[in-house]
Design a protein around this ligand. Sequence first.
Ligand SMILES: [Ca+2]
Ligand SMILES: [Ca+2]
Length: 168
Amino acid sequence: MRLLSLCSLTVAALALTACGDTPPDVVINEFVADNATGEVDEAGEFADWIELHNLGTSTVSLAGLSISDDAADPLKHSFTGDVEIGPSGYLILWADEDITEGSNHLRFRLSKDGEGLYLSWQNSDGGIDAIDSVEYGPQEPDTSSARTPDGDGDWVDGSVPTPGASNG
Ligand SMILES: [Ca+2]
Ligand SMILES: [Ca+2]
């Protein structure tokens, strides 16, 4: 009986670790919905992109986080554990539906006519918590919408894109 109890405890502890109770301190920081001649992805394509920013001071995994362009379908793209952001770092997600190009390629594209972006967390109770979101209107080619300053600043449309770096 004692052995069984220890096993149960171990399983419970592992499950908690895997699920995680606290979402990483990550926000949507910038995005380009009409990439005509800007940054190219690993395949050399002008794909739309979304920049996430880690507000924390340690590396975080995105496991448990999901991102979507549809508020009614927040789990459209769920991250696997191999996607991480370094301390105070920035990560580019390619919104190109080319998921075979890497785990930072999303299952949806962005509309240049405007829509919404929703970052969500699957909590340990099985529920979905909203982490961050932004709704935007039509975007000019090769301009971004960017939080200025990074992380918690107001969204500024028509910005010069700064993929993978501070919005200044
Ligand atoms: Ca691509
Ligand atoms: Ca940036």
